[in-house]
Design a protein around this ligand. Structure first.
Ligand code: ADP
Ligand code: ZN
Ligand code: ZN
Length: 741
């Protein structure tokens, strides 16, 4: 259309206005449908990665300036709200960090903003630009009085002296001579880019290999950084101590920082800033650390890579191990996965190409323990030959007694806390069911409560059966609390070499609720105050106990009845890890004239799990499990995702999933023929806190097909959720590569 002669003149060419539109990733409510980037104006152009505070509705949120999206919105700058403030003083987050976030968002089917903000320390979210500026400013040097100056100087001198004495022995430790196996592994790591699966027996010196690799990288490049991940926050203090002792003398006292959920927000911020500014050279942390900003990343270690806690189970359900591999490749960092019992996924991925395997990781083996330490002998007790209700077979009790009398320690493992999993009335069959969940309330004797371990609902223990008034209600089954009590009774006449009576202790989530309690209780084990330790899986992993020579799993069979196909793998790992706590100090064992043992009481001693455990034969176990998985078309030979729906009624939850399935068919989503949608079913834990839960499994043999299908499906799920027919839905979520079914 020709311009009319009366048309107003064109506005000035939008030279710098376009430069001032910024696209910002913010964490909008999870399923609001506003998943993408939001646009704002800024007084001057801001590089991607800059942190800003922006208005959204009535709130002000932290956001990250993002790269310009391919399809830009058409809103004119005057229709956009301005950025409220810019968090100056912080270097923008790097392109590699943004790529990691973008990949994770796409792979795990979440919004960019959610993942970006998950990766930032919570303290940043509530900080104004001024507060951050103050936080980043160097501390004001106040004029000190002469006297104060003298005191300060004296304190610093004393501190330096203390540091020196503290650090001297670690210099000696630096010159540790590697074992032949460690040496061979390190040489191979020099020659290959990785990723590596370091398959090393418990106590074979994997941690020492990590230390060597990290040290080498940090020495080679003054900008280099390392990320070291551990599965549990309980394991961070011990490892932090080892890394700090090794690296503080070499790279300074601030070189090693940690990051985990047990830290306060200001502490986490401090570590995050240290990593982001490259002041910290080593970041040691749990799964959340995988998103830390590490501009100089050169080495990534994932210790105990098989551990399920690398999978985030709330919000964005990412696998920190898998992201670590992706990040290492993208950022050019060497990745080392370590385990004595690798996940079957990693074991399969490291199957050499020469054997017809994928050969994606290089598998490196360290079969021997350091020094003279040998792996414990495994003794299986056939509980079918024992009188019913036997908790400790006489043979096991005898073996524990002997150890205590020789001054050694024993660890008794039971993966169930509380006194008894349920209370029961023999007259009317009443059970202590949780009114809000499809679970029993657990009897805790210490504070005489019934507690639901799923929703937390707690009641006083009733004096009589609430149904029929029978005063004789009975605990059914055993928990750690009861085991501790029973062991103390059984060992009451047993004496240690020093004549003191045997002492039994317990470590589980109940005894370690208070801050510092776990450290204190572990110290009691290390110092020898406790002779027999009863505990849950919490004590089975990682700890470097020096005087434990016997470990016993008293009731491990329950895990074999689980419907989850990963249950045998989990049990095998747990038992191998537990066995790894026995006889770690070879010279101690030899001096004692003792031999380390792992006892297992079972009703099914022929089971593959126990038979492979007996010969410490992980490869045999893994091979057998992988053949089963391949025959059944299960991971790692197939890829899975779960869609879960929560609602007031099971019917509402399943109806949503059925509708989602129908929408996929009708919408003719891409790769529909390559994915298999199972019918919706109630979850194994069907009801939690009065919410009914249902799930639907989606499976494909091609990961990319599954990814594309899920991506195309997302908008349908959001749309369905907004329909009146599904008003009763509480929430829905997608779990890619679920770790439990
Ligand atoms: P893992 O991580 O495989 O369980 P660690 O690295 O903790 O094993 O090593 C087990 C024990 O052996 C530790 O006490 C460690 O200090 C010690 N150790 C490791 N490597 C050596 C070595 N080359 N020489 C002497 N002691 C070592
Ligand atoms: Zn009753
Ligand atoms: Zn409950």
């Amino acid at each position: 259309m020709p311009l009319s002669p009366h048309a107003p003149p064109c506005p000035p060419a939008p030279t710098d206005t376009t430069a001032c539109v910024v696209h910002v990733a913010v964490h909008t409510p999870v399923h609001s449908g506003v998943g993408g980037l939001l646009s704002y104006t800024a007084p001057h152009s801001l590089p991607p990665g800059t942190l800003v505070r922006v208005p959204l509705g009535t709130r002000e949120l932290l956001g990250v300036v993002w790269d310009k999206p391919e399809q830009t919105e058409t809103l004119a700058p005057e229709q956009l709200k301005p950025v409220r403030s810019v968090l100056e003083g912080l270097a923008p987050l790097s392109p590699s960090w943004r790529r990691l976030v973008a990949f994770a968002a796409q792979y795990y089917q979440r919004s960019l903003g959610e993942i970006a903000l998950t990766g930032l320390p919570p303290a940043l979210k509530d900080m104004t630009a001024e507060q951050l500026a103050r936080r980043l400013a160097p501390p004001k040097t106040k004029k000190l009085s002469k006297k104060a100056q003298a005191t300060l100087a004296a304190e610093m001198a004393a501190q330096a002296e203390a540091d020196a004495t503290l650090l001297t022995p670690t210099f000696a430790e630096n010159s540790i001579a590697l074992s032949a196996e460690q040496q061979s592994v390190c040489t191979q790591m020099d020659q290959h880019p990785g990723p590596f699966l370091l398959f090393g027996a418990t106590g074979s010196g994997k941690t020492e290999v990590y230390l060597q690799r990290v040290q080498q990288a940090l020495e080679a490049d003054p900008q280099a950084q390392a990320l070291v991940m551990v599965p549990e926050i309980n394991l961070t203090p011990q490892l932090l101590e080892r890394f700090t002792a090794r690296f503080a003398p070499l790279f300074g006292p601030q070189a090693v920082v940690s990051m985990h959920s047990g830290m306060t927000n200001p502490q986490r911020l401090k570590s995050w800033l240290a990593a982001h500014s490259a002041q910290a050279r080593v970041l040691l942390g749990t799964r959340m650390a995988v998103f830390a900003s590490l501009p100089g990343l050169k080495v990534v270690v994932v210790d105990e890579e098989h551990d399920p806690s690398y999978k985030q189970q709330e919000g964005a359900r990412y696998s920190a191990r898998d992201l670590a591999l992706w990040r290492g490749r993208a950022q050019g960092a060497q990745v080392i996965l370590g385990s004595a019992t690798p996940s079957l996924e990693s074991w399969h991925a490291s199957e050499p190409e020469t054997d017809g395997g994928p050969g994606r990781y290089l598998r490196l083996h360290m079969p021997s323990r350091i020094g003279a330490a040998e792996l414990p002998r495994v003794r299986l007790v056939d509980m079918r030959q024992q009188p019913r209700r036997t908790v400790f077979s006489p043979a096991l009790l005898g073996a524990i007694t002997e150890r205590v009398q020789r001054g050694e320690q024993a660890l008794v493992l039971l993966n169930r806390r509380g006194f008894a999993p349920v209370l029961f009335c023999a007259d009317c069959s009443w059970k202590s069911d949780c009114p809000h969940c499809s679970a029993h309330q657990v009897f805790h004797k210490g504070d005489r409560t019934l507690r639901c371990h799923h929703c937390g609902f707690t009641q006083r223990v009733p004096h009589a059966c609430p149904e029929c008034g029978n005063p004789d209600i009975l605990p059914l089954g055993k928990g750690t609390e009861q085991l501790e009590e029973e062991l103390a009774r059984l060992l009451r006449n047993v004496q240690r070499p020093d004549g003191a009576p045997a002492r039994v202790g317990r470590i589980d989530a109940d005894t370690t609720r208070l801050k510092g309690a776990l450290e204190q209780q572990l110290e009691q084990v290390h110092s020898g105050e406790i002779d027999v330790l009863v505990g849950t899986q919490m004590v089975a992993k990682g700890h470097d106990f020096r005087r434990i020579t016997l470990v016993a799993a008293v009731q491990p069979d329950g895990a074999l009845f689980s419907s989850d196909f990963r249950a045998p793998e989990r049990l095998f790992c747990l038992l191998m890890q537990a066995a790894g706590r026995a006889g770690r100090d070879g010279s101690y064992v030899a001096n004692q004239g003792s031999r380390p043992e792992m006892w297992v009481q079972t009703h099914d001693p022929e089971h593959a799990v126990f038979q492979s455990l007996r010969s410490h034969d992980y490869p045999r176990f893994a091979g057998q499990q992988l053949r089963e998985r391949q025959d059944a078309g299960m991971p790692p030979f197939a890829f899975q995702a779960l869609v879960r729906a929560d609602a007031k009624t099971q019917e509402t939850a399943q109806a949503f999933l059925r509708a989602a399935s129908e929408a996929a068919q009708q919408g003719q989503l891409p790769h529909l023929d390559a994915v298999f949608l199972f019918p919706p079913i109630p979850m194994a834990m069907q009801r939690v806190a009065d919410v009914e839960r249902a799930q639907m499994l989606i499976e494909a043999t091609d990961r990319r097909a599954l990814q594309r299908f899920l991506h195309a499906w997302q908008p349908w799920l959001h749309w369905l959720r907004s329909q009146p027919a599904h008003k009763g839905l509480v929430r829905w979520l997608v779990d890619v590569d679920p770790q439990s079914l």
